[in-house]
Write a protein that binds this ligand. Structure first.
Ligand SMILES: [Zn+2]
Length: 167
């Protein structure tokens, strides 16, 4: 891609990658023995949905609203393999729709609100829910991709003797 067609985002992403390679290029994540792996896919999803690293649970997963950290500062997991793409948006729409459908029906059937008032309430509530669900959905999806070893993630599980420690 010619330089004139690049956005500042492309450039900073490339600079990010270039900075990253000498530091953590071949080092790989922190040794598995010192990491508190999740006991189940569900636990890894919960960690991700709470914005914590799904692998160790000790550090933040996101550095911005929907931008995961490149490397977990606690367990050194490389999160650049994640490919959540627009799946979090579908999940957020699905959840918002299921919550709002009965609310909309109740508003229409049980209240005498004007159309404008109803539209204001519905649009506001949907925006709040959509935005609220986006980051937890993305965290949970990244967690699942890691749990199943997708897209270049390494599939890791706790050692059997410590399984079930914190359930
Ligand atoms: Zn971590």
């Amino acid at each position: 891609m010619p330089d004139s067609m690049q956005t500042p985002l492309d450039r900073s992403y490339r600079a990010d990658r270039a900075r990253k390679s000498p530091i953590s290029g071949d080092r790989g994540p922190l040794a598995a023995e010192s990491v508190d792996f999740p006991a189940s896919a569900w636990q890894s999803m919960l960690r991700g949905a709470r914005g914590r690293c799904p692998r160790c649970g000790d550090a933040k997963l996101f550095r911005h609203f929907l931008k995961p950290v490149r490397i977990c500062p606690a367990c050194e997991q490389d999160w650049t393999h994640q490919q959540a793409d627009d799946f979090p948006a579908y999940v957020a729409i699905l959840l918002t729709g299921h919550i709002m459908a009965p609310v909309i029906i109740a508003l229409v059937q049980e209240t005498e609100l004007s159309l404008a008032a109803m539209a204001g309430i519905i649009v506001t509530a949907m925006l709040v829910l959509m935005i609220g669900f986006l980051q937890p959905a993305k965290g949970a999806i990244i967690a699942l991709q890691w749990w199943w070893g997708m897209h270049g993630f390494t599939r890791e599980r706790r050692a059997p003797e410590i399984a079930g420690r914190d359930e």
